[in-house]
Write a protein of this length. Structure first.
Length: 125
């Protein structure tokens, strides 16, 4: 499967993108897995780490993803108790981080390895 989610005991959810990730699969994962987990632990913060080290998107797929993010935000289905981070880097991740920051004041840190990311997140929990 091109996108998976792994939850651990520290309120850390690792969302892994692998290759081509259809927007429908991403939306399904968020609506059926990610957001219910976030709501279940409120008021605690869910730390979501997006592993994009194997993500492979075209420009069109990236724009479709931005549209889906905007729709979820406008429909008010995005929980407020989330902190988001990136593992890996790509031109799309950099543009997405800038866009989310400008649109929603969402600050996201980027990590180059999983161990550093998890250690940082655990200090924030």
């Amino acid at each position: 499967m091109p996108i998976t989610a792994e939850h651990n005991d520290h309120n850390i959810l690792i969302v892994r993108f692998d290759g081509k990730c259809p927007i429908e699969d991403i939306n399904t994962l968020f609506l059926k897995t990610v957001f219910p987990l976030c709501h279940a632990i409120q008021p605690k913060t869910m730390h979501i780490l997006y592993d994009i080290t194997k993500l492979d998107w075209t420009f069109t797929e990236f724009v479709d993803y931005l549209t889906s993010v905007r729709q979820r935000r406008e429909q008010n289905v995005v929980p407020e108790n989330i902190a988001q981070y990136f593992l890996g880097s790509s031109q799309w991740a950099d543009i997405l981080r800038d866009w989310l920051n400008k649109q929603y004041q969402a600050q996201m840190e980027v990590f180059t390895d999983l161990e550093s990311a998890l250690n940082h997140i655990k200090t924030m929990s």
